[in-house]
Design a protein around this ligand. Structure first.
Ligand SMILES: [Zn+2]
Length: 251
């Protein structure tokens, strides 16, 4: 049995060397950057259907209220106008669902919040990270919302400010640019409900009833002659577990 014991000891030693060298390797910044690149590129590149430059769609990425449901994320709708992406509401679990869809986070131009209940905003921190690290974002993340959004985004920035600095110090400006870290809050003025109007795309807000929340907004997207309305608290199936993604009808 001595030969067996010898082989066992040699294999154990080889395994220990691999473990130690592997552990040492992942301490290197360059290796960590490479791992980060692999992780983000494997979860954020849309490998599905080719871009549809003339299409407008809305997909429900979350539809539950604060009541627990392991198969559904809280409120979230992904709007795609050609290659331009917008996310309406980012409740808990929204970003995980968007990652399941291999959403190209670098194409998300802005977040729009219908109102400031927790089930519509609680994933703002993850949405920031998903659209920032390795996403080539050159400015802070725009967030359209009813008044009060400045307080909400300032709170997230305060909570995650240390993280922004740590990631920038670790990975540098190319991967985690500090000047693009944080949010660009854009409170909506009831006298100026057109939020974006640049050629093919128009995004406008409209008031909806959600007493006692005043104001609360829905959003309308017009793109190349197509129109898609998105209402707050829209309840649709389709964001549960591994079910196929479903899109709203555009007319
Ligand atoms: Zn609400």
């Amino acid at each position: 049995m001595n030969w067996f014991k010898g082989i066992f000891l040699k294999l154990t030693a080889i395994a220990a060397v691999f473990f130690v060298s592997g552990f040492a390797a992942i301490q290197l910044e360059s290796v960590q950057d490479w791992m980060l690149l692999r992780i983000f590129s494997s979860t954020t590149v849309d490998s599905g259907a080719p871009a549809e430059p003339d299409a407008l769609s809305a997909s429900v990425c979350g539809s539950r209220s604060p009541l627990p449901d392991p198969n559904r994320a809280e409120a979230c709708v992904l709007v795609e106008a050609g290659e331009r992406l917008f996310v309406v509401d980012v409740g808990d679990g929204s970003v995980a669902r968007l990652r399941q869809w291999t959403t190209p986070f670098n194409k998300i131009e802005a977040v729009l919040l219908t109102h400031l209940h927790s089930d519509h905003i609680s994933d703002l921190g993850d949405m920031h990270l998903a659209t920032w690290v390795l996403q080539d974002r050159v400015a802070k993340l725009p967030v359209y919302s009813p008044a009060g959004v400045e307080q909400v985004t300032a709170g997230f920035e305060m909570a995650f400010g240390i993280d922004y600095g740590l990631r920038n110090a670790h990975h540098g400006d190319l991967i985690a640019p500090l000047n693009a870290a944080g949010y660009d809050p854009r409170p909506i003025d009831n006298e100026a409900l057109t939020l974006i109007d640049d050629g093919n795309l128009k995004v406008s807000a409209f008031l909806v009833d959600h007493p006692p929340i005043v104001p609360a907004y829905g959003y309308r997207f017009d793109y190349k002659g197509l129109t898609c309305h998105q209402w707050r608290h829209q309840q649709k199936p389709g964001d549960g577990g591994q079910q196929p993604r479903r899109r709203c009808v555009v007319s």
